[in-house]
Design a protein around this ligand. Structure first.
Ligand code: 6R9
Length: 690
């Protein structure tokens, strides 16, 4: 029925955006309007799109479900394999009741993802095509590399690493800002079969140390300092502190290869440990610009990326080579309707999964031209993004709702004074995009011309899971629309029973897909417990989800103790552990609250040691504790002094009540009679503005 409806609607001479604007005015932002608000891709867009109609999507999705082996092996055959995979394209056990969880794709296939990103493209004649346009923090500071030049730089670093004893399977930690050296470092590791673990350069020394101790790298790659907006951040000092800490824990890293970022500091101002620290520029240029590829099995590990879960210890998400390669390449191509003439810019940092799959691997596997931006998107002012879009003629722009919301607060003139006519497709990731931000992005940034791919996925999934294909379906602002090829989302109730049709519940996935993570590093049991035991037979995402009458998926946010601040995942337990390290803090309970720009903010209830008075100074030092332990992006927005916390008689903190107090929804506290001491609730309310 819906399909017929879509067909009849698309016969209207409406073009993109017209219907949406009408509905937006008439219906506002109520739930009903969201579901009925359809935005059609223009005929012109659909006409040139890789997938140009709902029918074509449905046929392709059906084939991917009926014959996943055939579907994915056809695609995989377009890439270079030294040796083809075995008889089985994939094998999986996703049911804990039937034995250990295991997922394998293209097992026995021998390949290399760096080869497929670089050598293959150079051999296909793309050697002189720009691989990276690099835009520095300051206006007018930029650089670029062609595919041939990128390959040469990757080879030099790969040769250095090999020469210094890094072998297949060894871990390498990368703690770099968005310099070109960051994707170069990732690709160099992949070339020699080393397992990279990029740590976002906003993490504190403690967090970095924790990750180093877990994966025991031979080498760490960093730079001395970086400028972000008006601030200079001394990264090397953070690395020094982390290396001190990890060597106390028995993990010593032999080499700290440091890129000299002369735009931010000088060598003289950089602390140095002879024997361990090496200047990148002093050694790399001596190495040959070609380097033999280490051929690896499709199931050999490619990278580790730590992410937050509902307990304090970050999880080392492990991705392997072959399936991840095919999946990131394919999702990139279809979700952004990629064409070889596109210039693509993803604002994510390579320290997060989005930067892995959709700054480095996915685009480069397609031979795309990628913009890498070092700076802050509102520096020197809110027009910087559109300045960059015009400068490089960006045609695909992929960002996070938090950035959209922060730019939308400023005058539209920051956008409209730039042409933006190169833009073709927009993208969103990291958290649900609220319909009003969606519309502003669509109408103002995209001039009601560019479809938005609102891509739902996770560190664990490797690539897009639910996403619009921009030329296929009409979009609904705020919905990630339909599953990607090969993906079978299911919504289950509390008991793990699958619910059909229009419904809400927990979002799970049935069956595996090539980009799925294979384990948590060193802790397969936690992998099974966290993701496969909650709802036996399925992968559990941790997200809540609604499916509307037309089958569109609407993500509603995390249902576990993970909060999503500006699209960054933070475990409440991590923030709590940081707070209780404060010598005057006895107990802490952290919840997420709605935040106008960041999506969610961090709200911390803190119980102090007996007799310690609460003060502004103490508040500041508690916030500082979290900044130092985790990083500035995890600093609590609010500290709420809590002489007592609402606990059940068995001692469990009732977060439901804390969430209501934090969001000041005091009429909705619900039943508090099961608390050991219900009077703490009134006490907390009384202290809300202290
Ligand atoms: C890619 C990435 C994953 C969590 C995920 C969900 C939220 C991401 C979203 C979205 C609604 C989208 N999320 N994309 N929610 N719509 N388009 O962000 O990975 O850092 O692991 O976070 O982010 O809650 O579970 P990661």
């Amino acid at each position: 029925n819906y399909l017929r409806h879509v067909e009849s609607m698309s016969q209207l001479p409406s073009g993109t955006g017209k219907i949406s604007q009408l509905n937006a005015v008439v219906l506002g932002e109520s739930l009903a309007s969201e579901e009925n608000d359809l935005i059609f891709p223009s005929k012109e867009f659909s006409g040139q799109a890789l997938v140009s109609s709902p029918q074509q999507y449905m046929e392709m999705h059906k084939r991917s479900m009926d014959d996943p082996a055939g579907f994915w092996s056809d695609i995989a055959s377009e890439f270079y394999w030294k040796q083809k995979w075995g008889d089985q394209v994939f094998s999986e056990n996703l049911d804990v009741r039937k034995g250990p969880i295991s997922i394998e794709w293209f097992k026995g296939g021998i390949t290399n993802i760096c080869y497929n990103c670089l050598d293959k493209n150079v051999e296909a004649g793309l050697g002189d095509k720009t691989a990276i346009y690099w835009e520095g923090n300051e206006l007018g500071v930029d650089a670029s590399l062609t595919y041939s030049e990128l390959l040469q730089q990757v080879c030099q670093l790969a040769n250095y690493l090999k020469d210094n004893g890094v072998k297949k399977g060894d871990a390498v930690v990368i703690y770099l800002p968005m310099l070109m050296e960051l994707p170069i470092a990732m690709l160099a590791c992949a070339r020699i079969g080393a397992v990279h673990s990029v740590v976002f350069a906003g993490f504190s020394a403690d967090s970095l140390a924790q990750r180093i101790i877990d994966c025991k790298p031979k080498v760490i790659l960093t730079c001395n300092a970086v400028k972000r907006g008006p601030k200079t951040i001394n990264l090397k000092a953070i690395v020094d502190a982390a290396l001190d800490q990890s060597s106390k824990d028995g993990v010593s890293v032999g080499i700290c290869l440091t890129y000299d970022n002369s735009l931010a500091t000088t060598r003289e101002n950089t602390k140095w440990q002879n024997g361990r620290d090496v200047w990148w520029q002093d050694v790399i240029s001596q190495y040959p610009t070609s380097c033999e590829v280490e051929w690896v099995d499709a199931e050999d590990p490619l990278f580790l990326l730590y992410t937050s879960g509902s307990t304090g210890k970050p999880k080392g998400v492990l991705h392997t080579t072959g399936g991840y390669m095919i999946y990131t390449a394919t999702t990139f191509k279809y979700a952004f309707d990629y064409k070889s003439t596109d210039v693509y810019w993803c604002t994510a940092d390579c320290g997060w999964i989005t930067g892995h799959s959709y700054v480095t691997y996915g685009p480069m596997l397609n031979g795309a031209t990628v913009v890498v931006f070092e700076g802050a998107p509102n520096y020197p002012d809110s027009g910087r993004c559109w300045d960059i879009v015009d400068k490089y003629k960006v045609s695909i722009f992929y960002t996070a709702p938090t950035l959209v919301r922060s730019l939308m607060r400023d005058d539209d003139k920051y956008v409209t004074r730039h042409s933006r006519k190169s833009l073709r497709v927009l993208g969103s990731v990291g958290e649900p995009i609220n319909p009003s931000a969606w519309r502003w992005f669509f109408n103002v940034v995209g001039d009601s011309r560019c479809p938005i791919s609102d891509t739902w996925w996770q560190t664990e999934t490797g690539g897009f899971m639910i996403t619009p294909l921009p030329g296929a379906w009409p979009q609904k602002p705020g919905s990630a629309t339909f599953p990607f090829f090969g993906v079978q989302p299911v919504i289950v109730d509390e008991k793990g029973i699958e619910i059909e049709g229009e419904c809400s519940g927990y979002l799970c996935v049935k069956g595996s897909w090539p980009g799925a993570f294979r384990t948590l590093f060193g802790d397969h049991e936690r992998y099974e417990t966290t993701y496969f035991k909650p709802f036996a037979g399925y992968y559990f995402s941790g997200d809540g989800c609604r499916r509307d009458k037309d089958g569109y998926y609407w993500l509603t946010g995390r249902v576990d103790d993970v909060i999503n601040v500006s699209g960054h995942r933070i475990g409440t337990a991590e923030v709590e552990s940081a707070l209780v390290l404060h010598p005057q803090c006895a107990e802490a309970a952290v919840v997420g609250i709605e935040h106008e720009v960041k999506g969610q903010g961090i709200y911390a209830f803190v119980t102090l040691l007996e007799g310690v008075p609460y003060s502004e100074e103490l508040r500041k030092s508690l916030v500082l504790m979290v900044r130092n332990q985790i990083g500035a992006f995890a600093a609590p927005d609010r500290i709420h002094w809590a002489p007592g916390l609402p606990k059940t008689r068995s001692g469990k903190i009732m977060r439901r009540i804390l969430r209501k107090i934090a969001s000041r929804q005091l009429e909705e506290l619900g039943d508090i009679s099961t608390l050991a001491d219900p009077s703490v609730v009134d006490q907390l309310i009384a202290l809300a503005d202290v």
